[in-house]
Design a protein around this ligand. Structure first.
Ligand SMILES: *Cc1c(COP(=O)(O)O)cnc(C)c1O
Length: 498
């Protein structure tokens, strides 16, 4: 008989340490260290209490990796991208990724690109850092234009508060820009019918203090694309008539790697002359690991140069664009791996597949009826170019006592996480809830399913079954219980998240 646990830890020690994992939290550094496997067990046993990441349809962030990619990511963890002089070859992987992505978005190649060997752009920690850098570049570009126009000194122009125009369907990244960098949000209203900015009303929001207009390529609420080409035309006209120099930033967090692969997608990228910058999350449909994002600028001069720090290294100069300094090469390596591993054909297949699976889910849900009426009302853009997202709400005509957030909770019994939320958002600077739409009550609810590459057809079938079971459960409770109890049950409401 042996008292050794298979992992080489004595059995008594193992049991003792296992019980230690029952401690709720370690808020003091323990006196003595523990065995590596025990520590891993402690962490694993906490994380296993969470939802299964693969069944989390509420997030756009990709969660599946191949073994080789894990190895590459591990390697990247030991490389500090800020050390460009020590790791110039690793940094070249960053620059090549920027170029591949800039070319996919049809970024023009000027003399600076030839001189630097790379488009003006950067790998970032997700879209948020990318949006913040792009917003800052627009702000500084506007500032020098405004100071010149009004003959202001640098100190005088600092006292002028600029604004940025974006639809109410903005993502929380922009709340950070408005709050951290003192930019006034000009929220253009949207309709529940399309969740998109109305280009015809833009002139009401743009003035000479506008640093730019953000177009969203795939709002996170229901996946519709803003009409960037129409925004481009309106901006052209406004700039011409009023002497402005307003440009567009495209927040393509989710759509940056989807729109290029949708055949009939209206032009949205650098082919439109007023598009000055584009950002995307590598970790969404770019298929890289969490913590990966990209920003690309149309040109360097009087745009990205405002947020560039010159890095000199042996034999050369390079621009560095980041809000932080040290960070691992993990995300950049993961992105480069995916770009080479997938190729354009792979991204095309992943996009086609996700769109086909979202269509199958949409059709199955839309075919469901209750008391002779459709169960759901469609909110996403159906067959029009958009993200592979299904967004709906329980048909209000059914006058059910449960709502879409109750549906989220009932679905979780089948281990699926589908987010339900209210049609409201927190105003970025005023701090209170405002309605998301001009034509729908802020208290109304909806739900959304994000179809990612790993959600295969059999998984979609299982999810459809989970919807049937959840609705069955809720219907029984709708009839049996006091409706107020259900409505006021405490539920986790998630608004405006990724
Ligand atoms: C997800 C998302 C963001 C933020 O992206 P992160 O990569 O999570 O930082 C910004 N804008 C839109 C439209 C998004 O969907």
């Amino acid at each position: 008989m042996t008292d050794k646990h298979p992992h080489g830890v004595s059995h008594a020690v193992f049991m003792e340490n296992l019980n230690e994992t029952n401690e709720l939290a370690h808020n003091e550094i323990p006196e003595n260290g523990k065995e590596a496997r025990i520590v891993r067990n402690i962490i694993d046993s906490k994380a296993m209490l969470d939802f299964n990441p693969a069944l989390n349809t509420s997030s756009y962030v990709q969660v599946q990796f191949e073994e080789e990619e894990f190895e590459v990511m591990n390697h990247g963890q030991r490389i500090n991208l800020a050390d460009q002089t020590i790791y110039p070859h690793a940094f070249k992987i960053h620059d090549e990724s920027v170029n591949m992505i800039a070319n996919m978005w049809h970024c023009p190649e000027d003399d600076d690109v030839k001189k630097y060997g790379v488009h003006a752009g950067a790998g970032t920690v997700g879209s948020t850092e990318a949006c913040l850098l792009a917003g800052l570049a627009l702000k500084f570009r506007w500032r020098s234009w405004y100071a010149k126009k009004h003959g202001l000194t640098h100190d005088q122009v600092l006292a002028v508060k600029p604004n940025l125009v974006i639809s109410t369907c903005y993502q929380a990244a922009w709340e950070k820009l408005f709050r951290y960098f003192d930019i006034e949000p000009r929220l253009a209203p949207t309709s529940v019918r399309n969740f998109a900015i109305d280009p015809a009303t833009l002139h009401e929001y743009v003035d000479e203090k506008t640093i730019g207009v953000v177009g969203i390529m795939g709002n996170h609420w229901a996946g519709q694309f803003d009409k960037i080409h129409e925004i481009n035309d309106v901006i052209d006209k406004l700039n011409h008539e009023k002497g402005y120099q307003v440009g567009i930033h495209v927040d393509a967090a989710s759509g940056g790697f989807i729109a290029p692969f949708i055949k009939d997608c209206p032009t949205w990228d650098f082919r439109l002359p007023n598009v000055l910058s584009i950002s995307a999350s590598g970790h969404k449909y770019g298929e890289a690991c969490a913590g990966t994002g990209w920003v690309v600028w149309r040109h360097r001069k009087d745009l990205s140069e405002h947020v560039a720090v010159d890095v000199s290294y042996l034999g050369g100069h390079a621009d560095s664009y980041t809000l932080n300094f040290s960070r691992p090469a993990t995300g950049v390596f993961s992105q480069y791996y995916k770009l080479l591993r997938f190729g354009k054909a792979g991204y095309q297949a992943a996009c086609d597949n996700a769109l086909a699976n979202s269509k199958a889910l949409r059709q199955a849900l839309m075919a469901m009826t209750y008391k002779g009426k459709p169960r759901f009302e469609l909110l996403d853009s159906d067959q029009n170019p958009a993200l592979p997202v299904v967004a709906m709400r329980l048909n209000p005509e059914l006058k059910l006592h449960y709502n879409d957030i109750d549906l989220q909770n009932a679905l979780s019994m089948s281990h699926w996480y589908v987010s339900g939320y209210k049609m409201s958002t927190c105003h970025p600077t005023l701090g209170y809830e405002i309605p998301l739409f001009t034509d729908e009550d802020a208290e109304c609810t909806m739900f959304r399913v994000v179809i990612k590459a790993h959600i295969t057809t059999p998984l979609v079938k299982d999810l459809i079954g989970a919807f049937e079971e959840a609705l069955d459960f809720l219907d029984q409770h709708d009839n049996q219980y006091d409706s107020k109890k259900l409505r006021h049950r405490k539920h986790r409401t998630i608004t405006n998240h990724c």
